[in-house]
Design a protein around this ligand. Structure first.
Ligand code: ATR
Length: 268
């Protein structure tokens, strides 16, 4: 009997998580099976409880359920608590542990896979929604010189910067008042879904900057194309996806898989 895991979301058909976790399981010789579950928009909790009742051991949670997963968890890790969102659930008897591995995945992709240190870096985060929230603490743990948040609605950027001010140096603004060049620019907006990008000045990018879009697609996003045009090194969210998966796998199984073979498998 293999232990059962799944990713739950809506939509979820496009998710690469089953393929990634199956590769991890093979590599580590862990006896797990990993599937996709489409939960009705008003039926997340029922779906999760049924899965756990039927013997499921853990879930990855994706849009739009990360806040519901946060509420459902009976225990939370500090990084889930500060993110206010949960992407990993682990069922231990009656207890439901909620964790958030998104930020650790992002940091691992930048520091390990790309070899870019974040200590003393000037980081610019575009967007102040759930995706931005989820990665703030692990980024600040790297002790950047500043983590500036810019958002179309500046008030939301200010709230986010204030909420995390006790963990490191944060600041905020709208897009039009952005000044100076940044070492790392992270697109945490959902603008890419409309094939557009936040209206930021070209001067935030430079030679040697890293421009990372948290989403991934078969072709470079509008943000990546614009950044590349300014001489920045670009990266999509696929690396973050694989690294957050490895982190979730280790929360469930106590062993962190190698990610390089997975990148190779996907031709990355
Ligand atoms: P998520 O949880 O995926 O982050 P969200 O909470 O709806 O989603 O937040 C979406 C983010 O993308 C917000 O920062 C939003 O900006 P506003 O707060 O001003 O709405 C940003 N966003 C979405 N579409 C955008 C666009 N076309 N241009 C710029 N920013 C956009």
């Amino acid at each position: 009997m293999r232990d059962r895991y799944a990713v739950v979301g809506n939509p979820v058909a496009h998710s690469k998580s089953p393929e990634i976790h199956t590769l991890f399981a093979r590599q580590t010789a862990e006896a797990i099976e990993y599937t996709r579950i489409l939960a009705p928009l008003d039926g997340f909790e029922d779906t999760v409880r049924r899965f756990a009742r039927e013997g499921g051991r853990g879930l990855n949670v994706t849009v739009p359920f990360k806040f519901d997963a946060f509420r459902l968890a009976t225990e939370r890790t500090p990084r889930a608590e500060t993110a206010g969102a949960v992407n990993t659930l682990r069922f231990d008897g009656n207890q439901i542990l909620g964790d958030n591995t998104d930020g650790a995945g992002l940091v691992a992709d930048i520091t390990r896979n790309l070899g870019i240190g974040l200590a003393d870096a000037r980081i610019l985060m575009l967007g102040a929604g759930g995706a931005a929230y989820g990665v703030m603490l692990p980024l600040l743990d790297q002790k950047p010189a500043v983590l500036h948040i810019a958002n179309r609605t500046p008030e939301k950027a200010a709230s986010l910067a204030d909420a995390f001010a006790r963990y490191g140096r944060t600041s905020s603004s709208g897009y039009d008042t952005l000044e100076g060049r940044y070492d790392v620019i992270i697109n945490a907006t959902s603008a890419g879904l409309q094939d557009t990008m936040p209206d930021v000045p070209a001067t935030v990018f430079g030679q040697g900057s890293l421009a990372l879009d948290m989403v991934y697609a078969d072709k470079p996003t509008a943000f990546m194309q614009f950044a590349a045009g300014q001489g920045a090194r670009v990266r999509d969210g696929f690396g973050m996806l694989v690294e957050q998966a490895a982190e979730s796998f280790s929360v469930w199984r106590g062993v962190r898989p190698e990610t390089a073979p997975v990148f190779a498998h996907f031709g990355r």
